[in-house]
Design a protein around this ligand. Structure first.
Ligand SMILES: Cc1ncc(COP(=O)(O)O)c(C=O)c1O
Length: 394
């Protein structure tokens, strides 16, 4: 694996700028721009692309995405306030379980484009709050589907018992409330059953099931719903990025699916996180020490899983590139375990990885570090300094 020349140059520049060993996140904003433009260009006409900010809500990332996406998804009151501050003109949607009354009120004040309602209790509370404020709340009901074949990936949110979304058995009660409550406006249905999807055919099959359920419920209940939200979940293959979710192939299949399922008159909305921002991010650590312990080599580098929890969260060896410095190599071809500065044996980023050469002072550049990385990390643990944050612009 090699790095884009522009990234290597930027990292080499950073190396010379600081006295202390380097530890930084680098984001390639032009690459993010190109990636999302290509995603958009491939989407069928009646589809919308929202960004799930939980993947990475850094302000420059949002600023880069703002002109390219149809809106943003917030999964907490905190994310919603942040998105409203940074992208006030964009449609925002508010989802997630366990919403507080204060958060629902704040979302009404932000005039969100849709509330993704997770339970009948939440729907009742929203109705009451909207009625009290003299407002009408736009609602998408999130459903946890029962499917003949349960979806399968490393992170499943539905199609089996989970805390997410309404059971179809609760639908009649929810729809009765929606019919009789003028403070609520039902705009559509929402599904997000899994993340880490790598299989295009399986994902198209899942979306076909969403479409059929959407049409069946609309017919059975005599509803004319304009909007179907099909969630996100397109996966990144961390071991071989060329095998990540095939977006162009998926969009081609989606065009046919929309025609076959008679969905051309419905807005189909995606709210994607990982697949949008993962590839634009890099986490850089400088090697502080190399040692042999009980016959195995360890490289201790500046930073760790308190900055970059992705390898620990995924339970994988994260891909990286070594940028050699000027030192004579300490190791030639031996397998090395790469760890951070934390005093826990869990602070491991990649295990027993063969490297051609390695010396103290070399840089480790972890790729695919732009989603569910810095923002999911236990950054206060041990009170180490945060990484430098670098956003490469044009
Ligand atoms: C409801 C919902 N929508 C969208 C997403 C984004 O998923 P991904 O980052 O896999 O695209 C998630 C992730 O947890 C989610 O729970």
């Amino acid at each position: 694996m090699s790095l884009p020349a522009r990234i290597t140059r930027a990292i080499e520049d950073l190396r010379t700028q600081r006295r202390d060993p380097l530890c930084a996140y680098l984001y390639d904003l032009p690459a993010l721009d190109r990636h999302v433009r290509a995603m958009r260009a491939a989407l069928p006409a009646n589809c919308e692309l929202f960004y799930a900010a939980k993947a990475n809500p850094e302000a420059p990332i949002l600023r880069t995405l703002a002109p390219l996406v149809d809106g943003f998804e917030a999964a907490s009151g905190g994310e919603l306030a942040w998105l409203y501050e940074h992208c006030p003109k964009h449609p925002l949607i508010f989802g997630g379980p366990g919403k507080l009354d204060s958060e629902l009120e704040a979302a009404l004040d932000c005039h969100v484009d849709a509330f993704h309602v997770e339970s009948v209790h939440e729907l009742r509370r929203l109705a009451h709050l909207a009625a009290t404020q003299g407002r009408r709340a736009p609602v998408l009901l999130r459903l946890n589907l029962k499917l003949a074949e349960a979806p399968d990936s490393r992170l499943v949110m539905g199609g089996r018992p989970t805390p997410f979304g309404l059971d179809e058995e609760a639908l009649d009660e929810a729809l009765a409330l929606l019919r009789h409550e003028p403070a609520l406006e039902l705009k559509g249905l929402h599904f997000h059953l899994l993340s880490h999807q790598l299989d295009v055919a399986a994902h198209l099959q899942l979306i076909r099931a969403y479409c059929r359920t959407f049409r069946r419920i609309s017919q059975e209940q005599g509803l004319q719903l304009p909007l179907l939200n099909v969630g996100g979940g397109m996966g990144i293959n961390y071991q071989d990025h060329s095998q990540s979710f095939d977006w162009p192939g998926f969009c081609q299949g989606l065009k046919d699916l929309i025609a076959e399922e008679g969905m051309a008159g419905t807005r189909i909305r995606f709210e994607i996180g990982r697949f949008i921002s993962a590839a634009c991010g890099y986490y850089v650590m400088q090697v502080l020490d190399i040692k042999c312990n009980h016959g195995q080599y360890f490289a201790v580098a500046r930073g760790g899983t308190h900055h970059f929890r992705t390898p620990a969260a995924q339970g994988h060896d994260h891909p990286f590139v070594v940028l050699r410095g000027n030192q004579e190599p300490d190791l030639h071809g031996q397998p090395v375990t790469f760890v951070g500065q934390l005093c826990t044996p869990k602070d491991v980023l990649a295990r027993q990885q063969p490297v051609a050469e390695l010396a103290i002072g070399d840089l480790l550049v972890f790729t695919l570090a732009g989603a569910y990385a810095w923002n999911i990390s236990h950054r206060d643990f041990l009170m180490h300094e945060p990484p430098q944050m670098v956003f490469l612009d044009r």
